[in-house]
Design a protein around this ligand. Structure first.
Ligand code: ADP
Length: 399
């Protein structure tokens, strides 16, 4: 049997098809620019001879309905899906599950309504997810649709971590609290870390660092999340590609009062024009590293600020956990940047954190240990695989 994973955005659908007996991804693709004059269609798949194939196409995809039609047609045309009865489940990524969803659930009308009710908390994400979910449910009534929430893994946080120090009614009446995101990634790498440490996850204390365009840290005690750096929205916490991360809330008041920026403008400024982009004009870490090597001071400052914030979180979570078995690096930057991993751990020997610089500098793919054999805290690089985690959680939910 197979599991299809859909990540539907407002104008895009990303998808992967997994074989559930060995969890190999046999096809993946993306439809971009839904609703525009010309849509972008890409798919990669493994053919009957085990060879990788790919195709690209441009044609109008007016709405999610046509997008999902296209995906199924294409999967069938290339022989990776005989027909929809081969699907055990469709797993949908949903960014915001609000305060109620602690686990993945099979979608019904009530679940859809709940996801709709938290649109004010995730206006950029949940409407696109809902569009994909609605079409999938209508289209494949016999295949259960399962929603897997980015917020769910963080639902084990205690109130001291998830409450803001603001009047209580804002929490009770308006659900303003910290939720955390990237949960599927933090959960996936935690499980892999436990396997690498050869210890039950329920006995592992970890600091997981998902460092991509968006970035977040999580403190995990006995396998459960007890704190994370993102909050009500994915804006809080680390310095990110285009997001500011932590900032004095008075900056917003200042912008509103003195620069006459309204809510939409402030949101755009902090979500799209800040972070690395705001500091040095570029949001791609590879390019920033390159520019810093060439002596660009703004690029160097962007790296230094990224590391400064990262270290603050490592220190805070270390103090919160007391004992740490491993620090895990994942995401595009965490998996690939020798320099960021080095900088994040530099000078932390007194905390039992010792990087093996040679192992860290090796540019090899896959899971690996980059700490010295004597390091009390293991340093692990673990490529994330959110789609696989969603597929496995979706199947486990329907089984
Ligand atoms: P997203 O959050 O969009 O999924 P990714 O996890 O793919 O992002 O991470 C993108 C970031 O990873 C970019 O800043 C990119 O420059 C960085 N990155 C990718 N490869 C490398 C590399 N070899 N060295 C440094 N940074 C890298």
């Amino acid at each position: 049997m197979k599991v299809l994973v859909l990540n539907s955005g407002s104008s895009s659908i990303k998808y992967q098809l997994f074989r559930s007996d060995d969890w190999v991804a046999i096809a993946s693709g993306q439809i971009g620019r839904i609703g525009e004059a010309e849509g972008d269609l890409k798919m990669e798949w493994i053919d009957a001879d085990g060879q990788s194939q790919c195709s690209k196409d441009n044609r109008p995809i007016p709405a999610h309905q046509e997008g999902i039609d296209h995906i199924v047609d294409k999967l069938q045309e290339q022989g990776v899906l005989a027909d929809v009865t081969e699907l055990s489940a469709i797993g949908h990524r949903v960014v915001h599950g609000g305060p109620h969803f602690k686990h993945p659930v099979v979608v019904d009308d009530e679940v859809e309504a709940e996801i709709r009710s938290v649109i004010p908390l995730a206006p950029l994400h949940n409407p696109g997810h809902l569009a994909g979910i609605e079409v999938a449910r209508k289209h494949f009534p016999s295949v259960p649709s399962v929603v897997v929430f980015d917020t769910a893994f963080h639902q084990t946080m205690p109130p001291v971590s998830y409450r803001y120090a603001i009047p209580e009614y804002l929490y009770t009446e308006h659900r303003i609290r910290r939720y955390g995101f990237h949960g599927t990634s933090h959960q996936y790498v935690s499980k892999r870390a436990a396997a690498m440490l050869d210890k039950p996850l329920a006995e592992c204390n970890l600091i997981t660092l998902h460092l991509g365009n968006g970035a977040s840290a999580a403190a995990i005690r006995n396998g459960q999340c007890v704190d994370t750096s993102m909050g009500l929205t994915p804006l809080e916490g680390l310095v990110m590609g285009t997001r500011s991360g932590d900032i004095d809330p008075a900056v917003l008041i200042y912008l509103w009062k003195n620069l006459d920026l309204n809510a939409a403008a402030v949101s755009h400024l902090l979500n799209r024009q800040s972070g690395l982009l705001g500091i040095c004009g570029v949001n791609d870490m590879r390019e920033i590293s390159h520019q810093a090597e060439e002596g660009n001071k703004r690029a160097q400052l962007a790296i230094d600020m990224t590391l400064h914030r990262l270290k603050k979180y490592i220190g805070a979570y270390y103090a919160e956990l007391g004992e740490v078995d491993a620090i895990v690096f994942t995401g595009g930057i965490g998996e690939n940047s020798v320099e960021i991993r080095h900088g994040a751990c530099e000078g932390l020997k007194r905390l039992g954190i010792e990087m093996d610089e040679a192992a860290n500098a090796e540019r090899i793919p896959g899971e690996r240990v980059v700490s010295t054999p004597d390091s009390e805290v293991k340093l692990l690089v673990i490529p994330t695989n959110e789609e696989l985690e969603i597929a496995q959680q979706a199947l486990a939910t329907v089984s």
